[in-house]
Design a protein around this ligand. Structure first.
Ligand code: NAP
Length: 337
């Protein structure tokens, strides 16, 4: 990626992704879009205990929706649930403990959910991470890829049949504008080649989410798919994974409700479901998935190769004999990276 393109992206971010960017964009919002009741509709939100996910779960609970919080840490999840229930007065808020980086567990959870619940109206893939060191999960996947891409892929793919039989089904994935500087790298999905730069690997995963959303939208016309950028938001992920950026941006960062606004709008509003499926949103508007003149476009063959690789990896993990997810890497375990 050229320095030039990087600089353009950053300047664009200062203009649009900050608190000021939100305030300017929100002047065009229609307040009645969110004047809805979603009593009886169910929403699954991953990473619902913190930041954008928590603000989204809170907003949905306030509109009467049933919320399934998918979190990896029980204490944090319980604390967030208590706040959500107290503030919204809605007790239809349920916790599911799942680590999204553990592919097999994600699959087992989704299969069990499908059996237990008759419907799921909206899936919100929000959980995400930026790990700066190359780390493998017990299943042999690179950690960022496992969480941001494989977890999203397997949860969505497994829940599609349930979503399909539910009313007005939607899938929203929280990506990032950072993906604009990445082209899908089909020959290196798990960042084995070259220097391991956590920020760029995260951006590559976020590009993968955009490509997956476009693929799903084509393959599943009954479900409304969207992917979005929340802007630059003051959350624990940013302060811990990008401390310098967090410090530099200070109070120019968006608040969590501002970051969650487009997720909530995509999940709740009637007007969102009438937009074309498969688009990338920023501040309630579809925006291009490539910078002007960028070399980030993928061919149909590249997209097919990406999806095939995901399917193959997912199948291999589903068929894998039980692994001790907390144990050290066993040499007999299949390695996918
Ligand atoms: N903040 C921004 O400026 C920004 C910009 C672009 C995109 N995003 C995206 O927004 C989404 C939400 O992030 P955030 O900024 O709101 O950060 P956050 O407050 O730190 O929330 C991240 C959430 O993801 C959960 N999570 C991470 N890894 C997980 C795993 N393996 N299994 C289950 N849950 C996991 C975290 O759980 P724990 O609390 O247990 O860690 C937390 O609930 C992410 O996808 C992020 O990439 C954020």
């Amino acid at each position: 990626m050229s320095m030039y393109r990087n600089a353009i992206w950053f300047l664009n971010g200062i203009h649009h992704y900050t608190r000021k960017g939100y305030e300017a964009a929100s002047k065009d919002f229609e307040p009645q879009d969110l004047n809805v009741s979603v009593v009886g509709r169910s929403f699954m939100v991953t990473g619902a205990n913190s930041g954008i996910g928590r603000a989204t779960a809170m907003a949905i609970a306030k509109k009467g929706g049933t919320v399934h919080m998918v979190c990896r840490n029980r204490d944090k999840a319980e604390e967030a649930r208590t706040d959500i229930v107290n503030e919204s007065g809605n007790t239809e808020v349920y916790i599911h403990i799942v680590d999204m980086s553990q592919t097999r567990k994600v699959w087992e959870f989704a299969e069990a959910f499908k059996k237990e619940y008759p419907s799921l109206n909206v899936l919100i893939n929000n959980a995400g991470c930026m790990v700066h060191k190359r780390e493998l999960t017990a299943e042999g996947l690179e950690k960022n890829f496992a969480t941001n891409t494989m977890g999203v892929y397997i949860l969505t793919q497994t829940l599609i049949p349930l979503l399909q039989k539910s009313r007005d089904p939607r899938v929203i994935t929280v990506s990032s504008g950072g993906m604009l500087v990445q082209k899908l790298r089909v020959d290196d999905l798990q960042s084995e080649k070259g220097y391991f730069d956590g920020v760029m690997i995260y951006a590559q995963n976020k590009r993968q989410q955009v490509v997956l959303t476009q693929h799903w939208a084509k393959a599943n016309p009954v479900i409304h798919f969207s992917v979005m950028h929340p802007g630059w938001v003051d959350t624990p992920a940013v302060s811990s994974s990008m401390p310098q950026f967090h410090h530099m941006m200070g109070d120019r960062l968006r608040g969590v409700e501002q970051g969650a606004d487009t997720v909530v709008w995509l999940a709740l509003s009637r007007v969102a479901s009438r937009t074309c499926s498969g688009q990338f949103f920023q501040d309630r508007k579809p925006v291009p998935v490539h910078l002007p003149l960028a070399w980030t476009h993928s061919s149909a063959e590249e997209i097919q190769s990406f999806v095939t690789q995901l399917e193959t990896l997912a199948k291999a993990i589903q068929l894998q004999p039980d692994v001790d997810l907390n144990g050290p890497l066993s040499p007999s375990r299949p390695q996918f990276v």
